[in-house]
Design a protein around this ligand. Structure first.
Ligand SMILES: Cc1ncc(C[n+]2csc(CCOP(=O)(O)OP(=O)(O)O)c2C)c(N)n1
Ligand code: SF4
Length: 295
């Protein structure tokens, strides 16, 4: 499946108010073309909600619900069960940010996954609470400058590494876990289609570069996403019932330094901190996916 195979009609229409270069609208628009019109969408509080659903405007051409920040997976469970009871076949899809997934929403998410609710949960991961002013989340990488981990003389950005959310979801042994990136659209669409055709709890996790919070030129979103994959900072893989079934290994590994270059949030990093990030990538790859191909 490729972009040219998608229908012309968009269920996520133009006219939203996302920042220039934001990856989230492109992710949502393309995924929605795969999910199709028999989809009910839920969004908690996040950038997507604000740029696509601020009254009286609405970007969505499917039923669209918003409730609280923390309960995406609980609301999706209710939506799916209600439609099942009515005998109507719909797909209940949630689009949550990393804050709404890694942190405040994890309890509802884990519960729904453990119950194997028949829903699709999508985390678009821009690696901080962007909508409220770039606060650090469990997804923020080590060293990143955010408004709650400011890079100054005493502290040099976030002191902890990014939590591995997809691995936490894999440990639930749900039918499907897939990680994706806007830089690899064919892979993104194929995984979305696969998720659509399965049932039970499906967790899709997409890296979503944010020019405003990561501080890079808005024309570079796709390039930065590709560098995240090529450096191993972001890994594309699939897991079914807890078992990894497919891993994308970049043909040529690039150093982490190459990825962080050009992103203002990492500008203050010392050589030791860059080395710490590199060690984290190498450790993660060795533990989970085997060695990365060498440079
Ligand atoms: C219980 C609760 N706490 C805090 C907020 C304020 N709030 C709204 S959106 C948001 C940040 C969302 O971050 P994330 O989920 O990462 O999505 P992003 O904004 O980055 O797209 C916060 C803290 C809220 N709406 N409800
Ligand atoms: S702050 Fe970031 S995630 Fe939010 S709309 Fe702007 S670019 Fe997108």
């Amino acid at each position: 499946m490729n972009i040219k195979d998608l229908p012309e009609e968009s269920l996520f229409t133009p006219g939203h108010t996302a920042c220039a270069g934001c990856a989230a609208p492109a992710i949502v628009r393309n995924m929605m073309k795969v999910f199709g019109k028999d989809t009910i969408v839920y969004t908690p509080a996040n950038c997507l909600l604000v740029f696509s659903g601020t009254y009286p405007y609405l970007t969505w051409k499917v039923p669209y619900l918003h409730e609280a920040f923390e309960n995406t997976a609980a609301c999706l469970s209710g939506i799916a069960r209600a439609y099942k009871k009515k005998g109507k076949k719909v797909i209940a899809v949630g689009f949550a940010g990393d804050g709404g997934t890694y942190d405040i929403g994890i309890q509802a998410l884990s519960g729904a996954a453990e119950r194997n609710e028949d829903v699709i949960y999508v985390c678009y991961d821009n690696e901080a609470y962007m909508n409220t002013g770039i606060q650090r989340s469990g997804a923020t990488p080590y060293g990143a400058d955010t408004t709650t981990t400011p890079a100054g003389r005493k502290i040099l950005g976030k002191l902890e590494h990014k939590k591995d959310m997809a691995e936490i979801m894999r440990a639930h042994e749900i039918p499907y876990v897939a990680t994706m990136s806007i830089s690899h659209p064919k892979d993104l669409l194929e995984k979305t289609k696969k998720a659509k055709e399965m049932s039970g709890f499906r967790y899709l996790h997409v890296l979503s570069p944010c020019p405003t919070g990561w501080r890079f030129d808005p024309s570079k979103s796709v390039e930065i996403a590709r560098k995240a994959v090529d450096s191993g900072m972001w890994t594309l893989y699939e897991a079914e019932y807890g078992e990894i079934t497919n891993i994308y290994k970049p043909k040529k590994k690039i150093p982490v330094e190459e990825y962080i270059k050009g992103q203002g949030r990492f500008r203050h990093l010392t050589p030791e901190m860059i080395q710490e990030l590199q060690k984290w990538v190498d450790r993660k790859w060795k533990k989970l996916y085997g060695e990365l191909p060498q440079e």
